[in-house]
Design a protein around this ligand. Sequence first.
Ligand SMILES: [Zn+2]
Length: 733
Amino acid sequence: MFRSSTRIMASLLAFGVALVVSGCSDNREPVSEMTSNSEAGSGMETPVAFDATNPFFVEWNTPFGIPPFGEIRNEHYRPAFLAGIDQQRADIDAIRNNPEPATFSNTLEVLEQAGPLLERVNRVFSNLTGTDTNEYLQQLDVEMSPLLTRETDEIYLDPVIFNRVNAVYEQRESLDLDEHQARLLELTHREFLRRGAALDEDSKNRMKDINARISELNTIFAQNLLKETNSFELVIEDEADLSGLPQSLIGSARVKAKSKDLPDAWIFGLDRATYEAFMTFADDRDLRRKMFDGYRARGGQGSSNDNREILAETARLRAERAELLGYANHADYQLETRMAKTPETAENFLLEVWKPGLAKAQQEVAEMQLIVEEEGNDFVLEGWDWWYYAEKLRQKKYAIDEDELKPYFELTHVRDGAFYVANRLFGVRFEPLTDVPVWNPVVQPFAVYGPDDEFLGVFMTDYYARESKRDGAWMSSYRHTSNIQGNDVRPIITNNLNLGLPAQGEPTLLNFTQVETLFHEFGHALHGLLTTARYPRFAGTSGSPRDYTEFPSQFMEHYAAQPEVLAVYARHAETGAVIPPELVDKVQAAAKHNQGFKTTEFIAASLLDLNWHRLSVKEAAAVEDSVQFETDVLEAYGLPDEIGPRYRSTYFSHIFAGGYSAGYYVYLWSEILDADGFTAFKETGNIFDPVLAQRLKENIYAAGGLRDADVLYRQFRGQDPSIEPLLDIRGLN
Ligand SMILES: [Zn+2]
């Protein structure tokens, strides 16, 4: 159920600042929430570095204003960043020096649109460093991340700007603001306070240093991880060693080996899709162990890419920043504006699911050990055996194997299935685009229209893995939405997966977890595309609490397994035959399989995250060995040896490179909402119930962060969510 390593573009506005972060999906606008691509505001005043041959400095006359990817070269970024910073400073100066008293429009709205050039270059840059990076971009990223963080801090810690925002805030009752305006004011004001606008000068200066350093550390962490992942290769030269592996995986490994001039070998890397498939199917126990050890060693091997000290310093600085702001620790700070409100609430919730999850996992171990013995082996099940025997158990209990299933999940069919669901629920349709710029030949672009043929935005899919791309799955955007003073700007949304490129002429076949991931990211995409919020700060996935943002995405996952949806998209890649009902029944029955393991490894990672971020400054400084800290934490909760945390600290990029610090728990928390919300549809007897779908669209997918998350949920559901559906769906009741 949970996404693998997924990623999110971080918010420079939210703490945990990095240009691009790891974590699931969605887009927490870098720098950009306060900027917009508005052509408004005289726009391109870039005297310093103006250069008409630099595509960032000229208007994009491309279809839908899609970035002219083919024209953008490495050397265009730096001058555009620098000019963009200048422009943003000028925009902020204009607010600061405005002789008029502060008003909503001359302060809040101008702030919201400041620095359009920076917004534009940063969007392209942050996205491409995630999907098509190179050494030049990586170096520039390390350089720019702290610089941009400082620029953002200069705004939020500027006393004059804050006084103006505050002056408007003080008069809010008498200003006759509509709901969107009032929300923008509330969120902006809160953000200033949470970023330290009310601190004294010394604390502000320390704050700026901390933020810049954290930003740099986040970038380094992510880059180290990419290098560590790419540096591992399991090269197989003897065909016998491939025993058990599915043809599609073997094909991808061959493609990879050819690209490395080893045409007679097969190469398996550590991207999550390859890793999981290898661990699930490879008969050779020693080779499984090699992959397992390689995966878990990443970031802690003493190489130049070691992340241990990077993450420890990050934890120390976050603790210090929290204390500066008057919080006991970083988790307290982070959770204040989330649905859970406190780390204790989040932890108690996790432990409530942890106990039945652990009990289930112990039962699973016993069942798998039995198979080991039935096979005549006398070893005790270890971590590198789990996937392999879980698959055997699945075949035994449900008589279903992945190779039988996969031909029914061909990539374009699955994608069209997701489109079908969006159409049935929300009346949305997707028109393929040709002849528009793309950043990579595998990208497929679509124009998206609503039920009245209104243009909603552009949707671009990038589903394949490559070495220049980070691992995981995520949603992001090249342009955010805004509708300030009628400048109706619609978004350019992307979905990224990391599927293995099939051998030439072969279809791309997905396993069911990958199908769910595609639906998941598509749910984030709909959250971005359907938005009707006027201001970027809370449009789409922005401005919603992190433990709510996964609700619209996880909600879509439920549809992937519904018989009436499967009947539409699950067609055999060769014969075109619809998936037989008995196979659907098996898929549904098998859905609860291995949930003990999945629940436990997920919660272990969540608890590890909370514990890293509940440290006081003193406690964080006392951590000498981050691996030992991790071991101690997990032992204290009683994590069994055979199950590791889903991410170990040294490659836990959600929390050390991304915006999910003290927030990995959010996937499970959001599952309360998506399980409960989907149950509402089930109860009507129609998973596309039009009345409910309309409420879902209005209050969830279109509303963005317009109201508090618990309010939005009640408006959709008519009542508060219950935890029971979650436990039922996971088979933990
Ligand atoms: Zn997600």
